[in-house]
Write a protein that binds this ligand. Sequence first.
Ligand code: TYM
Length: 334
Amino acid sequence: MDEKKVMLSGIQPSGDLTLGSYLGAIKNWAERAESFDCYYFMADMHSITVRQDPAALRRRTLEQLAQYIACGLDPEKNTLFIQSHVHQHAELGWVLNCYTMFGELSRMTQFKDKSAKNKDNINGGLFTYPALMAADILLYQPDYVPVGEDQKQHCELTRDVAQRFNGIYGDVFKVPEPYIPKVGARIMSLSDPLSKMSKSDKDPAGSIYLMEKPEDIQRKFKRAVTDSDTENCVRYDPVNKPGVANLMAIYAAVTGKSFDEIEAEFAGQGYGKFKPAVGEAVVETLRPIREEASRIMSDKAYLESVYRAGAERASYVAEKTLRKVYKKIGFVAR
Ligand code: TYM
């Protein structure tokens, strides 16, 4: 039998999905949905490492599922599930906590960033987050983990933990590769091109949301920060022109054009033409996704059938790995 390679990834429902989440992750998932055996989930357990409003968390988890489907992830061909519905994540997460070092966890950039932003709630979960993420991944024995650039460090830690575990107990886990897109792996804020576009950003001017209205998207692109130089020229130079480089990366990712082609297209035209053109391309990319996601959101019974079936399939696969792990480490079989 010709076995398909396995892909797995997740997104925290900690804020409304942005163009960053789409270009860095989901777009890549959807393009490969046919040729891989895919598992995609809503990482609700991760999102409570930062305090959430319960009603908003519930709404965003379901909306995220509707958006996954609207982005092209067919639930018949992909396993789509809610992390907290598959208890094996918490169980393997605990085990892997005991194989992940304090020093390793202390070096994680996401922990440093988030603890700086949430000084009054630096909880244990925020610190041990990467051990749960390693469990999310290793339970499904994936070949690839398609993520944006910012998750590379967590994927590398997952590899280290898997190799450490395999070194003690034999080949239990497949050691997966992160799969990072060539363009779109790090979309920056439109209002501050030196910081990442983030769904938990308090300033909505810098982020484009998947469900946002076309006129709001256009307005944000027209106001996007370009450069302080007076050159007014569309040229790819991420060091000296980070704002323009970011807009070019967005344009490249949604149109498939190369940076050379984009420079040629806007030669002699300046930012006044370029910024609305990027806005328009983004509006047209997101329009069908927004419309389809709203339609799916109104069908709660369908969404429920998708996440129930997804959890069942995921749990079946996850249980096989968990049993193997429990046996290896010496737990008495249930
Ligand atoms: P999260 O929820 O922060 O982001 C979800 C995915 O979107 C990518 N991403 C971006 N890519 C490009 N530009 C941006 N501005 C941008 N913002 C976000 C992220 O790299 C990510 O791929 N820890 C994960 C969630 C997670 C997970 C997992 C991922 C939990 N368990 C297991 C993979 C496998 C996170 O916080 O992603």
